[in-house]
Design a protein. Structure first.
Length: 230
């Protein structure tokens, strides 16, 4: 894999990470600049053909699709048998972040399993890979690619299709439906590229993780990662 391809992958991960956040700017204006990136990654059929949309309308659509709490965008809200397993998964995700120095860098604090956070982590890993390829640092390339493979297999590539299926049940289209379709296709292509196919979920297993009103992420190991966020 050449450095340019790793850089293109990193650019797309970063765009997606920003676009899934509750919008404070109109990211739609950046969508046309994605086309060369999608062409190189063989994802041109997922180009975001979006027209002008006022920021207030974009914010309203985000609230409509993801809800005020954004619960659709958290990995551990999908298919775990109980809240104790949720705590274990949060700790596992946070462990990936700690291993690469990926820590809280701003005022917005989120759980480790938040979709934009996971996408930004992949942006960091692929950017590290691109830099290592330019410098011909074979050991660093191997470390970064192995981390990508494991994180996709164990986390992002496993649950993102569940978000896509859930969205199909809730909406018939729109900007964020197209964004989820792009993200899902990209992550699936990444899993194929890196031989990181996750264990499949069966449809009957897809259900919300049971909620425990006494559960707090602050009590789990994930807290030691300082609630990773942008």
């Amino acid at each position: 894999m050449n450095p340019n391809l790793a850089l293109r992958r990193s650019q797309l991960y970063r765009f997606l990470a920003d676009a899934f956040l509750y919008p404070t700017e109109d990211w739609i204006f950046d969508a046309p600049f994605l086309e060369p990136v999608l062409d190189e990654l063989d994802l041109s059929r997922y180009c975001l053909r979006v027209g002008a949309l006022a920021l207030a309308d974009l914010q309203a659509e985000h609230r409509h699709i993801f809800g005020l709490t954004g619960s659709l965008c958290y990995e551990t809200e999908y298919g775990l048998p109980h809240e104790y397993r949720q705590s274990q998964e949060l700790a596992d995700i946070a462990g990936f972040y700690r291993a690469f120095g990926f820590e809280n860098g701003g005022a917005i604090r989120e759980r480790p399993d938040y979709l934009p956070t996971e996408l930004e982590f992949m942006h960091v890993l692929t950017l590290r890979e691109a830099c290592a390829r330019v410098a011909d640092q074979l050991e660093h390339i191997e470390i970064d690619v192995d981390a990508q493979r494991k994180f996709l297999r164990d986390h992002l590539a496993q649950w993102l299709p569940l978000l896509s299926k859930r969205l199909e049940q809730l909406t018939s289209g729109g900007v964020y439906s197209d964004l989820v379709a792009l993200a899902t296709a990209f992550v699936a292509a990444e899993a194929d590229r890196l031989d990181a196919q996750p264990e499949p979920f069966h449809a009957r297993e897809i259900k919300p993780t049971p909620f425990n009103p006494d559960f707090s992420c602050g009590a789990c190991l994930a807290e030691s990662a300082k609630e990773i966020s942008r």
